[in-house]
Design a protein around this ligand. Structure first.
Ligand SMILES: [Zn+2]
Ligand SMILES: [Zn+2]
Length: 310
């Protein structure tokens, strides 16, 4: 029976720690693959070996100096390991895997190790819309970016929601015309690389209901109600969200005064870019937002106008 490897070496522990901080999932000691890689990222077909400098013969490394006594024994042992390691890498590459060898002596600087692992793992990786936007914003700091540019980067349907995630979940200070008078609607700017701490976004169901009731189950921006047709996308029904008036990323709280109901369209900021036309549906939505007294007034006007004269 093959012995079960249960204890990790210190370098292996360090490498695993770095990959965990990158938020990347992995599996350890995958016996089904050539050479039993120490760490495997399945979806990306990436295998990582963490080698002890002495036993695996790190070329030119001071830790790999072989003892003078009993030299033939050490040579046979270590040269055998080197040959086997080479074979494993060759076989893995043959079946389409990328391989990284991390030597024990390369695990001392955590920051450098993390960067190296990240580069290896992300090379050739298909990035999601949020990753693409993050990369685009962080490489254009202080520049005004337009909706057209961001749509091209992240896709038309994705960019609004993803920008909100970068702001509210990752704390990036992405500013819009709401925050800065010099920006036009549809323009965005990331002012610095600084990420403000993010407060939990969970709103209790009770608070959610309270806000929905207070706002009459209508979007406070466009007036749409649940089940109405999305004013910006006739193929969709409106969904209502609880929105932070001052975004959490900019110091807003879960206080009732800072919460309001928005529909999915307004919540994603699309309303700033393509204002709805004055269709009957939108006019009704606007009326819904008015106080009861004014709604009554409109009702009286309409009643008078359409009442059949006798
Ligand atoms: Zn070494
Ligand atoms: Zn709305």
């Amino acid at each position: 029976m093959a012995s079960v490897k249960t204890r990790l070496t210190l370098p292996e522990t360090l490498v695993r720690h770095c990959i965990k901080t990158l938020g990347i999932g992995f599996r350890g000691n995958v016996k089904q693959l050539p050479g039993t890689p120490d760490i495997v990222i399945r979806g990306q077909k990436k295998a990582i070996f963490v080698h002890g400098c002495f036993w695996h013969g790190h070329k030119g490394c001071s830790r790999a100096t072989r003892p003078e006594t009993n030299r033939p024994f050490w040579d046979k042992k270590i040269d055998g390991n080197i040959a086997r390691d080479r074979r494993s890498v060759r076989e893995l590459k043959k079946i389409g895997w990328s391989v990284l060898v991390v030597w024990q002596c390369q695990t001392k600087n955590e920051a450098a190790l993390t960067t190296r692992l990240q580069r290896f793992i992300e090379r050739g990786m298909t990035m999601g819309a949020r990753d693409k936007l993050r990369a685009y914003f962080t490489s254009h700091i202080g520049e005004v970016l337009t909706t057209q540019q961001l749509r091209k980067v992240a896709g038309i349907s994705e960019y609004g929601r993803r920008i909100r995630e970068l702001r509210d979940e990752e704390g990036f200070q992405i500013k819009t015309h709401v925050d800065r008078a010099d920006l036009k609607p549809g323009e965005y700017i990331l002012e610095s690389l600084e990420q403000k701490p993010v407060v939990s976004r969970t709103i209790s169901p009770q608070l959610r209901n309270e806000i929905l009731e207070r706002n009459g189950f209508t979007c406070q921006h466009c007036g749409a109600g649940p089940g109405d047709t999305d004013p910006f996308n006739p193929h969709r029904k409106v969904r209502l969200h609880i929105d932070h008036i001052v975004p959490i990323s900019q110091g807003g709280t879960d206080d009732k005064d800072n919460l309001r109901v928005l529909c999915s369209a307004c919540n994603q900021g699309r309303a700033n870019v393509q204002p709805p036309s004055e269709t009957a549906l939108n006019i009704i939505a606007k009326i819904r937002k008015l106080p009861k007294s004014e709604q009554k007034e409109i009702y009286e006007i309409l009643k008078k106008k359409f009442e059949t004269k006798t």
